[in-house]
Design a protein around this ligand. Structure first.
Ligand code: GCO
Length: 489
């Protein structure tokens, strides 16, 4: 039986580092060893409509640090990272990139490279240390400063309200397995609309409710570390309910512009044609993709999981979950490969990827065609008013003695390939309005600690000095060329 630590190397997709997949292709930190990358394309060679947004994404807990500063309350991830620390490298986010104190420099990094859109999240424990009740003025003031700096730099803010950092005080009352938390989220959303509605016109209620429910409440590899089918689907339903209530609360509190949310959506593939693997993949597809999109757009749950959410659904919930959204953010990284596993919830778990995709650090396959597949599938089924890629990114491993690979042509190649398939989806009729690279900075990567580096900019772990990579300059040139392009496409 693998040690707890080896099992805990599961990040959202990093299951391939589990011993069970030792036969997988070597997970080279530098995938160029697997396949030479082409030279970066001309940044002006991409053609997208004038209103298409090129941006960059982050989240509060992964970059801010300052976990005890200015009255911030404890979050479930602070608990997860201490006594004992349950990250695979033993690292926590107490400092992370210290964005809380260095936000002005980071906003300058965004604006100086002509990126005009920044998706970030606000920290619920900073605004309401106990999850509700007494607000923390210094917490609200931090995001005032961040928003004012963004607007002064000509960068449009896209504000995510909940990116997994639930106040621990609410967890102690059951967290997302307690229906009341859905109503606390709505109160928090209303407060954010009142405080920031004069400067924010792109609101994103949730980040990846299905992932938070499954990995944090079903598998226990993410905070709050709960396990089991009932915790998984109790959390999923209350997250969907909270999302609907928060959308209503934002609008009722005067939020202007576009109100939407962000879902992790990927094609789910059986690891083999065996009937039990096919059923496992269909079931996870129902929980991961359908379990969020169907309640939001249709007010129902997919048949394959409805029996698990039913005990938590009350009369009227379906109408509350199904709220009109102006936009839908899709986080796409790669396909998911699932197999039958009787030792795991719902007899399913991540399985080997039998396709010889090139991989990057963390075991993630490079499958840009999967983005086209999932976007066309969502467009055809749900017909969202607008969509955008809210996260798509490439990780390298912790730098070796040679230092951080700043000449990250592999990341440029990854972005290039995905922009190609994004354009292809648009040509097929998918109404895409933007693309946000995950992430601005190398930051905290959840249960993998500080192990994987997704940033366009790396951060020295000791000095916290920001060092832009080649991809930062190249992607900024793509945004600049787009802004200056004379032709409409
Ligand atoms: C997610 C989260 C991000 C991750 C990123 C890389 O999609 O899991 O939104 O916080 O850091 O996806 O795994």
């Amino acid at each position: 039986m693998p040690s707890l630590r080896s099992l805990l190397t599961l990040s959202r997709r990093g299951v391939f580092s589990l011993p069970a997949f030792a036969a997988m292709p070597a997970l080279a930190d530098n995938p160029a060893a697997q396949h030479p990358d082409p030279p970066p394309p001309d940044p002006a060679s991409f053609h997208f409509p004038r209103d298409f947004a090129f941006g960059v994404s982050s989240s509060a807990y992964q970059i801010e640090g300052a976990v005890h500063a200015d009255g911030r309350g404890t979050s479930i991830w602070d608990e997860f990272c201490h006594d004992p620390c349950r990250t695979s490298d033993g690292k926590n986010a107490d400092i992370a990139d210290d964005h809380y104190h260095r936000f002005a420099e980071d906003v300058d990094l965004i604006g100086d490279t002509d990126l005009r859109h920044y998706r970030f999240s606000i920290g619920w424990p900073r605004l309401f240390p106990e999850g509700g009740g007494k607000p923390n003025p210094k917490g609200f003031a931090f995001y005032d400063r961040l928003l004012d700096k963004l607007l002064a730099k000509g960068v449009t803010p896209w504000m995510t309200l909940y990116h997994w950092d639930l106040p621990q005080a609410l967890q102690e009352k059951g967290g997302w397995t307690n229906r009341d938390t859905a109503y606390r989220l709505a109160d928090y959303a209303a407060a954010a609309a009142r405080a920031y509605g004069d400067r924010v016109s792109n609101w994103l209620v949730m980040n990846e409710t299905a992932v938070h429910a499954y990995i944090g409440h079903g598998l226990g590899y993410h905070a709050p570390g709960l396990t089991g089918v009932d915790n998984w689907f109790s959390a999923l339903h209350h997250l969907n309910l909270g999302q609907g209530l928060a959308i209503q609360a934002l609008r009722a509190s005067g939020a202007k512009g576009r109100v939407g949310t962000v879902a992790a959506c990927e094609p789910v593939i059986p690891s083999s044609p065996a009937a039990q693997d096919v059923l496992a993949a269909q079931t996870l597809d129902a929980a991961w993709n359908g379990g969020v999109l169907q309640p939001l757009f249709e007010g129902t749950y997919p048949d394959l999981i409805a029996q698990y959410t039913a005990p938590h659904v009350r009369t009227g919930d379906k109408a509350l979950m199904a709220q009109p959204v102006d936009m839908l953010g899709i986080n796409y990284y790669s396909r998911l490969y699932i197999e039958h596993n009787p030792a795991r919830p719902l007899n399913l778990f991540f399985g080997p990827n039998k396709h010889p995709s090139p991989y990057y650090a963390g075991g993630w396959p490079i499958e840009p065609d999967g983005m086209y597949e999932i976007l066309t599938s969502i467009q055809n089924r749900y017909k969202p008013r607008e969509m955008f890629i809210s996260e798509n990114g490439y990780a390298t491993g912790t730098p070796d003695a040679s230092g951080v690979p700043l000449d990250d042509v592999s990341r440029i190649s990854y972005i290039t390939q995905h922009l190609h398939f994004l354009r292809k989806a648009m040509d097929a009729g998918v109404n895409m309005k933007g693309y946000f690279v995950w992430s601005l900075l190398d930051g905290f990567e959840w249960n993998d600690g500080m192990k994987w580096h997704f940033g366009l900019v790396t951060v020295d772990p000791v000095t916290l000095k920001r060092m832009p990579k080649r991809s930062y300059h190249w992607y900024g040139a793509v945004a600049r060329a787009h802004e200056n392009a004379s032709i409409q496409v």
